[in-house]
Ligand binder design. Structure first.
Ligand code: 5GP
Length: 180
């Protein structure tokens, strides 16, 4: 695989902090109204940094769990087929579930995951994503809490990778175009 770098910063550390803070406020407001047990489910690996920051901005009692799925056949093109790599350890019955994703692209992953979680009879399932690329959508998915819509660019950083690299960047950047 050819080496590719980051072409430009799309969302700075400061902007990420503001987006996450605002999402935390919205989510807090929502669950204070509904009440009940809240389980926040992070989709690995991409959401792990966002998830860690987000839950510290939610002022409502919660528990966390993680689900690992993968859909990419090479590093930037989705295969469209979503495979379960690691399941939850928490039963969903009697709980409100908030699914946390790093980025919604075609919508295939979110659609499959939401269907799976709903089949386990939680009280409710809501969705939260830091980023969304609406121009790439193939299936309609309801996003209840969205940080920011972005154009059709492949982005890395703040948990998002290219071939497992760049997850540790504190900002979200656009991947350099392939030279081949
Ligand atoms: P979808 O199923 O919506 O097409 O894809 C969702 C998953 O694809 C995300 O969780 C993420 O792992 C990956 N993905 C989609 N767009 C990007 C992107 O621009 N950058 C990175 N690093 N991953 C992406």
């Amino acid at each position: 695989m050819p080496d590719r770098g980051i072409a430009s910063v799309l969302i700075s550390e400061q902007e990420i902090r503001t987006l996450v803070k605002n999402l935390g406020l919205e989510i807090t407001r929502h669950y204070r109204q509904t009440g009940g047990d809240l389980l926040v489910v992070g989709l690995l690996k991409g959401s792990f940094i966002f998830m860690a920051d987000l839950i510290r901005n939610i002022e409502y009692p919660l528990t966390v769990d993680f689900l690992a799925v993968s859909s990419y056949c090479d590093s930037t093109i989705s295969s469209g087929e979503v495979k379960m790599r690691m399941d939850l350890q928490t039963p969903l019955q009697g709980r409100h579930v908030l699914v946390v994703e790093d980025i919604v692209d075609t919508g295939q992953t979110f659609q499959k995951v939401i269907g799976l979680l709903k089949s386990r009879n939680p009280v409710s399932v809501k969705t939260c994503t830091l980023l969304s690329k609406p121009s790439r959508r193939e299936v309609a998915v309801a996003i209840d809490f969205c940080g920011r819509e972005i154009p059709d660019e492949f982005v890395c950083g703040y948990g998002l990778d290219y071939a497992e690299k760049f997850r540790n960047l504190p900002y979200v950047g656009v991947l350099e175009a392939s030279s081949t």
